[in-house]
Design a protein around this ligand. Structure first.
Ligand code: FAD
Ligand code: NAI
Length: 464
């Protein structure tokens, strides 16, 4: 039986990063991956293909907005096959890159599906049969999968999960998205930017639950302006296949009335659930919570000694960079290094046009907790770079304690996903809005809106 210091189950951003870091720290490491490619959900069917398609479709949509720049585009067309081929090549190149990093760092990749017959042992099943590994430590990084909608079967042809919506071979006429969360908005906008009518049906009376309410409203307005239609406060109760396509039965929650909606494709994007089946957790006695997420302590240890878990399969934000932080902190602690993850400073970015980015507390959460705070806001309409590039929708909002310490920051706007990094660093270092306001920001830049929002919180805004 081959023996390792660490066997990582799952080669997604959590697992592969943990494996590399553990090898750097001197551990003997194997990483087991069943899907036939490294990179997990994120590289194969998540972050990367969705951003590739958002970019391609965004370039096409931008063609119809060039008249104000004095540019006329006579004929434009979309070759969905070529767009998908670009996306697939990008994914293939990046996943192969991780294989190269494994070799460079001495991590053994074992292809197959893993289970844990006992603490200290990992069984791998693949085309060659099964084999047993001995492991001083086992790290579960098996990720997540789409939450099913009861009574609605995903066939990935007409009724899609995110995976199917990333691989359509033509532009649907009417795509109905169930769920106005991150996936629904990003993938809804991909197809909307390519010319599809896209209607987003959401259970709640708002989009993007968890995001600051004022910012979510600004985002909804900007996304509506770019073509997304929203039907909020509605529940999909069934989908029927008809001669014309699909007919969705909806219930208006506040009124209890019923409605129907015709579509030719439906994307179900109502959240994700942990992947843990087949690992043997029950028999081992590994505790999971009511929703199936593996329970861990501050060192990522499960209820069974020697077994750890990170990333999407444990409670917390389901984000690639969070999974990576978990993985690095977990293996650093295993080797005696001081490490921790501050979940309050994990940023979240929705890569729509415009982007929606946030870190830390929302205004609603501060109010609910009775925390005293000051706030500042600056609209991109008053930012000269935003005016120059024609991206004036949105604003930066900062929330701070009365002494100025940043508690949260929220952005809707072009490049918001990059702008948030300054605020993440500031929060991580305990900086105040005054610290940001007193640091020099290049002119003209979108980042000046961050500085102005901080000035506004202090009552010193110059351009508002
Ligand atoms: P995963 O990436 O899910 O990896 C787990 C791996 O484990 C998989 O490859 C799986 O095959 C393997 N595995 C599972 N069970 C076994 C087993 N028994 N044996 C062997 N292997 C096994 N996050 C962001 O931060 N930014 C984004 O822009 C973003 N976009 C997204 C877009 C979409 C459409 C989706 C679906 C998700 C997106 N996410 C994004 C979320 C991100 O993909 C996840 O948070 C991230 O992949 C979680 O990493 P992980 O390593 O925990 O799990
Ligand atoms: P989500 O949790 O972001 O949103 C799901 C939405 O569906 C919510 O608004 C919810 O109220 C709604 N909903 C739930 N049940 C419903 C029903 N029956 N009918 C109508 N609406 C319903 O989940 P989503 O979008 O599926 O994404 C899953 C995870 O993937 C998220 O946790 C996210 O962090 C991650 N992700 C991250 C991305 C990024 O960082 N850019 C991109 C895509 C996904």
């Amino acid at each position: 039986m081959t023996a390792y210091d660490l066997v990582v189950i799952g080669g997604g951003p959590g697992g592969y990063v943990a494996a590399i870091r553990a090898a750097q720290l001197g551990m003997t490491v194997a990483c087991i991956e069943g899907r036939g490619a490294l990179g997990g959900t994120c590289l194969n069917v998540g972050c990367i293909p969705s951003k590739a398609l958002l970019t391609s479709s965004g370039k096409y949509a931008a063609l119809s907005n060039l008249a104000a720049h004095g540019i006329a585009v006579e004929d434009s067309s979309v070759d969905v096959g070529a767009m998908m081929a670009r996306k697939d090549k990008l994914v293939g190149d990046l996943t192969k890159g991780i294989g190269f990093l494994f070799k460079k760092n001495g991590v053994d990749l074992i292809e197959g599906w893993a289970s844990i017959p006992a603490a200290g042992q990992v069984k791998v099943q693949n085309d060659q049969g099964s084999s047993l590994l001995e492991a001083k430590h086992i790290l579960i990084a098996t990720g997540s999968e789409p939450t099913p909608l009861p009574g609605i079967a995903i066939d990935e042809v007409d009724i899609l999960s995110s995976t199917g919506a990333l691989a359509l071979d033509s532009v649907p006429k009417h795509l109905v998205v169930i769920g106005a969360g991150v996936i629904g908005l990003e993938l809804g906008q991909v197809w909307s930017q390519l010319g599809a009518k896209v209607t987003v049906v959401e259970f709640l009376d708002r989009i993007l639950p968890g995001i600051d309410g004022e910012i979510a409203k600004l985002a909804q307005r900007a996304l509506s302006k770019r073509g997304l239609k929203f039907q909020l406060g509605r529940k999909v109760t069934g989908i029927e296949k008809t001669a014309e396509g699909l007919e969705l039965a909806l219930e208006r929650i506040a009124k209890g009335t019923e409605e129907t909606l015709q579509a030719d494709k439906v994307l179900v994007a109502i959240g994700r659930l942990p992947v843990t089946s087949g690992l043997g957790l029950d028999a081992l006695g590994v505790s999971v919570n009511a929703r199936g997420f593996i329970e861990v302590d501050g060192r990522f240890a499960t209820s069974v000694p020697g077994i750890y878990a990170i990333g999407d399969c444990v409670p917390g934000p389901m984000l690639a960079h969070k999974a990576e932080e978990d993985g690095v902190a977990c293996v650093e602690m295993l080797t005696g290094e001081p490490a921790h993850v501050d979940y309050n400073t994990v940023p979240g970015v929705v890569y729509t046009n415009p982007e929606v980015a946030s870190v830390g507390q929302t205004e609603e959460a501060l109010k609910e907790a009775g925390t005293a705070y000051i706030s500042g806001k600056f609209s991109f309409m008053a930012n000269s770079r935003a005016r120059s590039i024609g991206e004036t929708d949105g604003a930066v909002k900062v929330l701070a304690s009365p002494d100025g310490t940043l508690l949260g920051a929220h952005i809707v706007g072009a490049h918001g996903g990059d702008l948030i990094a300054e605020l993440v660093l500031a929060m991580t270092k305990g900086a105040t809005v005054d610290d940001i306001a007193r640091s020099c920001h290049a002119h003209p830049s979108m980042a000046e809106a961050v500085k102005e929002a901080c000035l506004d919180a202090l009552g010193r805004a110059i351009h508002a």
